[in-house]
Write a protein that binds this ligand. Structure first.
Ligand code: B12
Ligand code: SF4
Length: 469
């Protein structure tokens, strides 16, 4: 059977515009398993390449498949549904399956657009799903043994030569319980790691195949030091090094394990993305982050001493944030010598405790999922008004990165060329306090013109293929 997987991108893919092309590894695992079972699989991941032509219609080569899998996150769900409708129209009898984190949280919603919805992990059942072994519309996936999965086959990704960061997975899940994150609900706070032997063998194979730039897509890289340290030491002993490795992790893993960071650096780790979230201890406590501002300062010292750069990931709009938050946060970033920082506006991901809480407090202003991407205000913040929070987000980026720096120029270009032009309707609705009327976009499901790539976006996509060294 010819199977096409589509991973729709969010409307505005900041990562891709910045040259970060990381394909979704979950779908590659599924495709690899289906290929081993004898199917002809191709993945069209919009984190890497476009699935649509300039009119917003799925490419003809995709529509040649007999069956389709669509993977959705919340901000890309609407686009995923539009693609499903296009497939239905072009091929009324073809099987359409939808999965991914948004489908896991909202299976009934996704079920309106396909034959089957698969929730949670799908490696164990994917062949049966496509070969017609299930009658039910909503199929619940099972926890898989991550040591027994085949190595992901990147050759099935369309335009795989465009990948700038190769994702690799050493663990799944997280034992923490941040209410804004979907991981604890989906993985029930269970944390699984792969064995050092399996990791060593996969990474040697990857290095041999020419992969030099890796991104560990674990929710929490390095939590299990007993498993992480040996595979890195094995690789170093075998003379394996990578040009650029990065991962997402937590402050307390850095604090407790300076020796882990030293080994990571030897392997080629250059940057760690750390969920700092807030420099307000009350926020850190109220949002169960299990870390303090002092812990964050301590982690910065450890990372700076070892020489691994930190990208601090911050959230704006928590209940204790006010008009002074941006200035204090930017000062903190500079004082602690963080290399870079990213700012996201707090938003309630469906299926999380935060979503349920804000919904019960009637603070959610819109259910237009395409706005649930961390660049839009979708709920009523406590101490500032929504417009204020939107401005705080823009001003955080602008005050941290001065206009004459590399990141400053890139950010100003992003706002001017992409974010503002694409968000005129949203901003008008925000100013007029009528955000809920934007929900019609989800209900009507017509292809809005702003799904079309702008000429300038295509230009930037073709220009930026460089990986930061
Ligand atoms: C690594 C990662 C990233 C990386 C790489 C993303 C990429 N290209 O894959 C980067 C840093 C770029 C990133 C960016 C973002 N991320 Co992110 N990310 C993750 C993380 C930590 C791991 C993703 C992963 O590889 N999981 C492992 C694989 C195996 O799982 P999976 O992808 O879910 O796939 C499995 C199942 O879902 C299912 N499945 C998936 N698709 C399909 C399709 C079909 C047909 C079927 C049958 C089954 C199926 O089977 C797969 C195998 O078991 C997750 C947390 C998590 N555990 O999911 C957050 C997560 C996915 N990210 C999240 C968010 C919010 C974002 C951003 C919006 C952040 C932002 N504000 O910019 C962006 C969006 C990027 C985009 N282009 O869409 C949220 C999404 C929540 C939601 N419901 O939307 C998550 C869940 C974290 C959280 N806070 O809860 N992210
Ligand atoms: S935000 Fe990070 S630490 Fe918190 S629950 Fe999610 S993955 Fe775990």
């Amino acid at each position: 059977m010819k199977i096409a997987f589509i991973v729709p991108g969010p409307q505005l893919n900041m990562y891709k515009l910045g040259g970060i092309r990381i394909p979704n590894i979950g779908v590659i695992y599924l495709g690899t398993i289906l290929r081993k079972a004898g199917h002809d699989v191709r993945i069209y991941d919009e984190n890497v390449t476009r699935a649509v032509d300039w009119k917003g219609n799925l490419k003809r080569e995709i529509l040649e498949a007999d069956a389709f899998g669509i993977s959705i996150l919340t901000p890309s769900a609407l686009t995923g549904y539009i693609y499903a409708q296009q497939i239905r129209q072009a091929k009324p009898n073809a099987k359409i399956v939808i999965g991914g984190m948004h489908a896991t949280a909202m299976p009934e919603e996704a079920a309106q657009f396909c034959d089957h919805v698969v929730t949670k992990e799908a490696e164990g059942i994917i062949v049966k799903v496509f070969e017609g072994g299930f009658k039910e519309k909503i199929i619940h996936g099972e926890v898989v043994d991550i040591d027994n999965l085949p190595y992901p086959d990147f050759s099935i990704v369309a335009d795989h030569h465009k990948i700038t960061y190769f994702p690799v997975s050493a663990s799944r899940g997280c034992p923490y319980n941040c209410p804004f994150c979907q991981v604890p609900t989906v993985f029930e706070r269970k944390y699984r790691t792969r064995s050092p032997e399996s990791m060593t063998a996969e990474l040697i194979a990857r290095r041999k195949s020419g992969q030099e730039v890796l991104f560990f897509n674990d929710d929490l890289f390095g939590l299990n030091v007993e498993n992480t340290m040996p595979f890195m030491e094995n690789l170093i002993r075998c003379g394996v090094r990578f040009r650029y490795v990065s991962a997402e992790t937590r402050v307390n893993i850095i604090n407790k394990n300076p020796e882990l960071l030293t080994v990571m650096k030897q392997l080629g780790f250059k940057k760690l993305h750390v969920g700092v979230e807030s420099i307000n201890d009350e926020n850190l406590r109220d949002y169960s982050k299990a870390q303090t501002v002092n812990d964050i300062k301590e982690a910065m010292k450890v990372a700076n001493d070892v020489g691994i750069k930190i990208n601090g990931m911050f959230i704006l709009g928590m209940d204790n944030d006010d008009n002074s938050t941006v200035e204090r946060t930017v000062n903190f970033i500079k004082q602690t010598h963080m290399d870079t920082a990213t700012f996201s506006i707090l938003y309630p991901i469906p299926g999380t405790p935060l979503f349920n809480e804000l919904e019960s407090q009637h603070r959610i202003m819109t259910h237009d999922w395409s706005l649930y991407d961390g660049t839009h205000v979708v709920f009523k913040p406590k101490k500032v008004n929504p417009l204020n929070l939107q401005n705080m987000w823009v001003s955080a980026w602008k005050s941290l990165y001065r206009w004459y720096t590399r990141y400053g120029l890139a950010n100003r270009g992003f706002f001017k060329l992409f974010w503002y032009p694409r968000n005129r309707d949203y901003l008008r609705a925000l100013v007029e306090d009528k955000l809920s009327s934007l929900e019609t976009r989800l209900k009507g499901l017509k292809l809005p013109t702003n799904f079309r790539p702008t000429i300038i976006e295509l230009f930037v996509e073709n220009l930026v293929t460089r990986v930061p060294a």
